[in-house]
Design a protein around this ligand. Structure first.
Ligand SMILES: [Zn+2]
Length: 263
C-alpha cells in the first residue's frame, strides 16, 4: 500500500470519529460510548455500515433500518480529514513522522472547531484547554517554524505566539464589549488563538488573523447581501480562524517569501 493510500484511509477513519466529536461534544456526551446510532430511529449502526465514505455511498445516505436520510456532512468531514492528511503528508512527510502526526492532530482539531462553532457558536474547552499546553510544549521544543521550515520554531516564538494569540483576541473581546456593550468575541476564540500561536508562532497568529478576517469579511458581507441578515448579527469567527490557521500552516512560508521578495 502506498503511504498516500494508507494516510487517506487513516484520515477517513479518524474523520468518522471527528463526526462523533462534532455531534456529541456540544451536548456534553461521551465521545467513546455508546457506539454510533441512527439519530432518527436509534438503532445501532453496524460496523459494516460504518465504513467511512463508502457506507454512505452504498446506502445512498440512508439508515439501513428506517431509511431516514443522513446528512451529507458525515462523508464530507471524512473526506475532508482524509484529504488534509494527504496534503500534510505531501508537505511535511519528509520532516519526520512525529511532526506529521502533530500537524494531523492539529488539522483534525481545526475541523472539529470549524463545525462546532458553525453549529453552536462555541469553541469547546475540551479541545482548546488540553490544546494550549500541548501546542506550547511541542512548539517550544520539536516543531519546525511553519514560516522557515528548515528551522525549529523555538520557545521564544512559541511563547510569543501564545501571548500574541491569546492577548490580542482578549483585547479585541474587551474592546468589543466596551464599545458594542455586548459579547463581540467569545472566550473560545481567545483560547483557540492562544493554541494556534503556541504551535505556529507569532507570525502564524498574524497570518491566521489576517486571512481569517479576510475570509470573514468576504463571506460575512456576501451573507448579509444575499440573505439580508442584519449588521451585527452574531456570525461565528472560529470557522474563519480555522481556515486562516490552515493557510498559515500550509502556505505560511510561501506567503512570507512572496511578501518579502516578490511583493
Ligand atoms: Zn434509522
Amino acid at each position: 500500500m502506498t503511504p498516500y493510500l494508507f494516510i487517506f484511509i487513516l484520515g477517513a477513519a479518524i474523520g468518522s470519529f471527528l463526526n462523533v466529536c462534532i455531534y456529541r461534544i456540544p451536548q456534553g456526551l461521551s465521545i467513546v460510548s455508546p457506539s454510533s446510532r441512527c439519530p432518527s430511529c436509534g438503532s445501532p449502526i453496524k460496523f459494516y455500515d460504518n465504513v467511512p465514505i463508502l457506507s454512505y455511498m452504498l446506502l445512498m445516505g440512508k439508515c439501513r433500518t428506517c431509511r431516514a436520510g443522513f446528512s451529507m456532512r458525515y462523508p464530507f468531514v471524512e473526506f475532508l480529514n482524509a484529504a488534509l492528511y494527504v496534503a500534510a503528508l505531501s508537505r511535511f512527510g519528509a520532516d519526520s513522522p512525529w511532526i506529521l502526526s502533530v500537524y494531523c492532530v492539529f488539522l483534525s482539531s481545526l475541523i472539529v472547531i470549524f463545525f462546532i462553532d458553525l453549529d453552536h457558536q462555541i469553541i469547546p474547552n475540551g479541545i482548546t484547554l488540553p490544546g494550549i499546553p500541548l501546542a506550547v510544549a511541542l512548539g517550544s521544543t520539536v516543531m519546525p517554524d511553519p514560516f522557515l521550515r528548515a528551522e525549529l520554531l523555538g520557545w521564544k516564538a512559541s511563547i510569543t505566539g501564545f501571548l500574541a494569540g491569546g492577548g490580542s483576541f482578549y483585547l479585541i473581546a474587551a474592546l468589543g464589549k466596551a464599545i458594542l456593550r455586548k459579547e463581540a468575541m467569545g472566550g473560545g476564540d481567545i483560547k483557540m488563538m492562544a493554541m494556534v500561536g503556541g504551535l505556529l508562532g507569532w507570525k502564524g497568529v498574524i497570518l491566521t488573523t489576517f486571512s481569517g478576517s479576510l475570509f470573514g469579511s468576504v463571506i460575512g458581507l456576501s451573507i448579509i447581501l444575499i440573505k439580508g441578515r442584519e449588521w451585527g448579527a452574531r456570525i461565528p469567527f472560529g470557522p474563519y480562524l480555522a481556515a486562516g490557521a490552515l493557510i498559515s500552516l500550509f502556505w505560511g512560508q510561501d506567503i512570507l517569501n512572496w511578501y518579502l521578495y516578490a511583493g
